[in-house]
Design a protein around this ligand. Structure first.
Ligand SMILES: Nc1nc2c(c(=O)[nH]1)N[C@H]1C(S)=C(S)[C@@H](COP(=O)(O)O)O[C@H]1N2
Ligand SMILES: [Mo]
Length: 299
């Protein structure tokens, strides 16, 4: 399941033929789950991934516009090669890293995660990625660092939403350092065993499965280690609606709608909403990060 990172991974490189469905069947078996690693071990339910089509045609990527179909319609124009990531702030080895250099020698793994948007829809995605922790190790985090800030590319020629200024770009996000180092936190480079489609944040994006989707910054061009909590796009836009932590929590409603349930994409027009899980189902893995914190106050 683990592979050296390459630019041209295909599904066959990641999951031996036949194992794809077998693995899903194994999700219910505890012993097998433990042997197969975290993505499988955490699942108490069968995580049936959404289709490639469902994951790549209904997206939020405001650089391309507000509408869920804007990203798939416009994102092909985004230039993703060559790609480099500026690494700066409180790090031992700052610099402009070519993507291949940043990921060289790291194992890309498949992780099947729930994904919950703050708007109330959700899906299950078979990501391909590396742990952010390994990249942080590579760049060398200095002792004073407490947070990691992420920044998305800005390509006005390719991005109608940027030209119209629908948000204050570049899109910026951040994590506390312990959240960033958590083994569930990925820098994803693909899905369904293929390189990320542009609309999903090619060539590299964050995936933080226990937080609302807006934390998962797409098409990252800058990673900065900082001492203070960094500003984030949505909390700057509407601080009363979107907090820095944004942990999925069915007991804390958004000011304008309930977060108790979610609509699983692809379920059909008349499908019932399903209950939203605390920390999106990853409570046993991540709750300890927030010990002593009043979760109802950190939306
Ligand atoms: N740069 C950037 N990253 C972004 C967004 C965005 O508009 N711009 N939208 C966020 C939101 S609200 C969600 S739900 C997810 C959607 O990711 P997906 O389209 O791959 O499902 O991306 C997040 N990352
Ligand atoms: Mo979202």
């Amino acid at each position: 399941m683990a592979h050296r990172w390459r630019n041209d991974l295909t599904r066959a490189d990641v999951t031996p033929p036949g194992l794809w469905t077998d693995r899903r069947r194994l999700l219910v078996s505890g012993a097998a789950a433990a042997a197969l690693g975290p993505a499988v071990a955490i699942a108490e339910e069968r995580l049936e991934p959404n289709s490639f089509e469902e994951i790549t045609t209904y997206n939020n990527f405001y650089e391309f516009g507000y509408d869920k179909t804007d990203p798939v319609r416009h994102a092909a124009a985004m230039v993703t090669e060559p790609w480099s990531v500026r690494v700066d702030g409180l790090v031992e080895r700052p610099g402009e890293y070519a993507l291949a250099e940043l990921l060289e020698g790291l194992e890309a793994e498949e992780r099947i995660y729930r994904f919950r948007c703050v708007e109330g829809w959700s899906r299950v995605v078979p990501w391909l990625g590396v742990e952010l922790a390994d990249v942080l190790e590579r760049i060398g985090v200095r002792g004073e660092a407490r947070y990691v800030a992420f920044e998305t590319t800005v390509q006005p020629d390719a991005m109608p939403g940027v030209r119209r200024g629908v948000l204050d770009f570049p899109y910026v996000e951040g994590l506390r350092l312990d959240e960033a180092r958590h083994p569930l936190t990925l820098l994803a480079t693909g899905l369904y065993g293929q390189p990320l489609p542009n609309q999903n944040g090619a060539p590299i994006r964050l995936v933080v499965p226990w937080k609302y989707g807006f934390k998962s910054t797409k098409s990252i061009v800058r990673i900065t280690l900082v001492a203070e909590q960094p500003p984030t796009t949505w909390s700057r836009m509407a601080p009363q609606e979107y907090g820095f932590y944004a942990n999925v929590n069915p007991n804390v409603d958004h000011p304008r709608w309930s977060q108790a349930t979610e609509r699983r994409i692809g379920g059909g027009l008349f499908s019932r909403r399903q209950p939203t899980l605390m920390f999106n189902g990853y409570e046993s893995e991540v709750a300890s990060l927030y010990e002593g914190m009043d979760l109802s106050r950190h939306y």
